[in-house]
Design a protein around this ligand. Sequence first.
Ligand SMILES: Nc1ncnc2c1ncn2[C@@H]1O[C@H](COP(=O)(O)OP(=O)(O)OP(=O)(O)O)[C@@H](O)[C@H]1O
Length: 271
Amino acid sequence: MNHVVSSLKYFRFLWWCQSFIEFMIKLNQVHFSYGHADPIVNGVSLSVSRGQVVAVMGPSGCGKTTLLRLVAGLLRPSRGEATLLGAPLPYDDASALRELRKKMGMLFQFGALFTDMSVFENVAFPLRENTALSQADIQQQVMTKLTAVGLADAAQKMPSEVSGGMARRVALARAIAQNPQIMLFDEPFAGLDPIAMDTIAQLIREQTDELNAASIVVSHDVQETFAIADYVYVMHHAHIVAEGTPMQLWANEDPFIKRFVHGRHGLEVGA
Ligand SMILES: Nc1ncnc2c1ncn2[C@@H]1O[C@H](COP(=O)(O)OP(=O)(O)OP(=O)(O)O)[C@@H](O)[C@H]1O
């Protein structure tokens, strides 16, 4: 009897472990090119499990944003497979894709705010569009997110009345308004001062932990990104050329990785 109980405990333990290593995002040998041009993403595999912040870094033009668009299902791989929440992306089923996107929060590089809506309404927008929350719940959720990005006082301002850095934080609050399970951030630190950068980085970490979500951060900023990432992929010329924990990449002796990680980040594609 004891034997059976301990076996059951063991299987429950395995199941518990599995829930932690479950991949929320998985790309398997994904290829993509725009039209007939050279591949922009060439045989890329990556995975992100629950509660992980994974960074994709690399020089300008190496294909990072394209990779994020492939994860979001905005682009379809020419070869390979993209799996989200355990199932292949349903490219041919628009309504399934729409439902899936409701579980995603995306902050894209040029994700502009709606200029004719207040900061509050910008953050409320996805909640009004995609949920049946009451006005009171929307009010509470929006103010929670605005407080998290340090902008509760700016709720009634219009986008034209806030600075560029503040607008970016509003866009971030909007991206996480629905408590998404998958969060995709394209250059979330661009145009921010060091304090705001730190706030945003910590917020990405905290939201990922609180929601037990899976986040991908695309960034050039080694310091901020390494501070919050569990795992990092480095892209160059459409390929993943290195991967590991921030500590492992910090210690990587490859000349390209050393150059990227330890200083001169402004590498061009041909570097
Ligand atoms: N819609 C498009 N049509 C054709 N080519 C594109 C398109 N979008 C991006 N590209 C090209 O794909 C390559 C990779 O672009 P991508 O934006 O993915 O790079 P990135 O690594 O995110 O760059 P950055 O760090 O500068 O944002 C670039 O050469 C770019 O010009």
